[in-house]
Design a protein around this ligand. Sequence first.
Ligand code: FAD
Length: 338
Amino acid sequence: MNIQENVSLKLYSTMRLGGTARYVCSVTSEEDLLEALEFATKNNIPHRIIGSGSNIIWSDKGFEGLVIVNNIASVTFHDDTTVTFGSGHSWDEAVLITTDKNLSGLETLSLIPGTVGATPVQNVGAYGQEIANVITELRAYDTQTKEFVNIPGSDCQFGYRTSRFKTTDAGRFIITSVTFKLSQQAPTPPFYESLQAYLDKNSITEYTPTTLRNAVIAIRSSKLPDPSQTANNGSFFANPIVPKKQYDNLIAKYPDIKSWELPDGSYKLAAGWLIEKAGFSGIHDSETGMATWPGQNLVIVNENATSTHQLITFKKKIVDKVKELFDVTLEQEPELLP
Ligand SMILES: Cc1cc2nc3c(=O)[nH]c(=O)nc-3n(C[C@H](O)[C@H](O)[C@H](O)COP(=O)(O)OP(=O)(O)OC[C@H]3O[C@@H](n4cnc5c(N)ncnc54)[C@H](O)[C@@H]3O)c2cc1C
């Protein structure tokens, strides 16, 4: 296994910012992973597993440890509907493999950048599906007990854009494969509002995993920047959830506030709407070199910033204004490392 020294971390985040990593290596098997961990232990340095870097931002001070880039890719079908992907497998290619087999469960998660192994970390979701609904089990190396374990989906503590891998057990497990149970039943409405609108507009009445995948790809391509062309991490802010009392105060003041009632009676607010009202729609901030993506205020793009400090400065402008106007704190979705 080749371990590189003093590597720019800009290459390992789709926001293309950050300092230098002391060491970087790529792993393609569980054996490689153990070798990489042994290197970190021997050198008494921290390690960090990453996939494609589409949900991380590296700090300017860099990482005085070993960045392990996950390329453990494999596909195993156990029966007609149960499939295990190696965690370094490209996520979108994994979705394509399942839709090509006419399997439903992942199709509206098409074109989300990244690897299979990162999807459980924040319970990846889009257009009404999230992986919590279809993961049966994952395999991971437990860095505490130093053994490989199988964790059932029901033990992952999945929530809205979260799981135990992001909260109570952050950094503890290195996921090496994920198993999904999919369905041979055709997807049935109701679909997510904007997805249904696209289907109607394009007179698509045959609902298959492939027609839905193609619809999602068309919608996403028309409104989201491609991280290979434009540096970004997708949605930079999660939609904030507020208690009913706060929601009632907000709706009285802003009757057009965009929101969704949740089963527990709280409300999820559209962060994009809050950002728009705070005056940050399609903003190009010359001070920081950062911008919000036209029509998608939630997406912050790096136009010509050279430091993570500039990104944080821009983020603070948005967060502070939203807080001042609505008394709501926007939480950052991509993780700032280390
Ligand atoms: C344009 C764009 C659109 C996006 N749209 C969506 C969307 O619709 N929905 C959504 O949920 N997300 C979305 N994202 C966010 C991102 O694509 C997902 O979070 C994705 O799963 C991250 O994958 P990655 O391989 O790039 O992970 P990375 O960014 O490399 O890592 C993310 C986190 O997971 C950890 N991690 C990575 N691999 C492993 C592993 N094998 N074991 C344990 N921990 C691991 C890392 O340490 C880090 O904490 C979008 C991002 C972009 C740039």
